[in-house]
Design a protein. Structure first.
Length: 209
């Protein structure tokens, strides 16, 4: 209904598909896992026959690597502008033109006693974990270290465009929660029955600020 309202007012949307929408989420994760493997094998062998002939022309992926003081982040964005094979997703959202998968792995930065960087590479981290983190479990998909999120849009988007939108959404959400927690002390609020009303008031106040 929200999407239909957006479209009726000539707007556009990019929305997340998470584990609370299990059928579409699992379909997207499986489909893009297979498409990514086909994409890789096709680069290695031009005679390789993909599982979904003709779909590779509609498929695109990109990756990013970013490091800050606390962690190393790896991000992969895959999109497909032909959604016909994603039957469950297409049935639930028939006006979708682009389906994507955003995957992110965060590795905490580590240093030895002399300050030397001993942060594990991505392969080592996935196989063994690190001194600060145990080996990540893929089934935890929405945890701190590994995140997989499906994405849908009524626009035809490239992988780079989808990644930029995802990062901008995360930045806005992060700023909002930082203000709510740090300025309004929302995470330490004693309010119980009225907490939802207070949350709305705080967000209204944030928009004024």
């Amino acid at each position: 209904q929200i999407m239909e309202q957006i479209l009726s007012q000539e707007g556009h949307f990019v929305l997340m598909v998470k584990k609370n929408q299990p059928q579409s989420y699992e379909e997207i994760v499986k489909y893009f896992g297979e498409m990514s493997e086909d994409h890789k094998r096709r680069k290695e062998d031009e005679n390789y026959r993909p599982r979904y002939p003709g779909m590779q022309e509609k498929y695109e992926e990109t990756s990013q690597k970013e490091r800050n003081r606390d962690r190393q982040e790896y991000r992969w964005y895959s999109v497909c502008t032909e959604c016909g094979l994603l039957t469950k997703t297409q049935k639930e959202w028939p006006f979708v033109k682009t389906v994507g998968l955003a995957r992110q792995i965060r590795i905490p930065v580590e240093r030895d006693g002399e300050g030397n960087d001993i942060t594990p590479d991505i392969k080592t981290f996935l196989e063994k974990g690190s001194r600060r983190r145990p080996k990540p479990v893929r089934e935890e998909g929405t945890g701190k270290d590994i995140q997989e999120t499906g994405m849908i849009s009524d626009l035809e988007l490239t992988a780079e465009e989808m990644g930029r939108i995802k990062r901008e959404h995360w930045a806005v959400e992060n700023r909002l929660h930082h203000v709510l927690d740090d300025t309004f002390r929302e995470d330490r609020s004693p309010a119980k029955k009225s907490k939802h009303n207070l949350a709305l008031v705080r967000k209204f106040a944030y928009n004024i600020l």
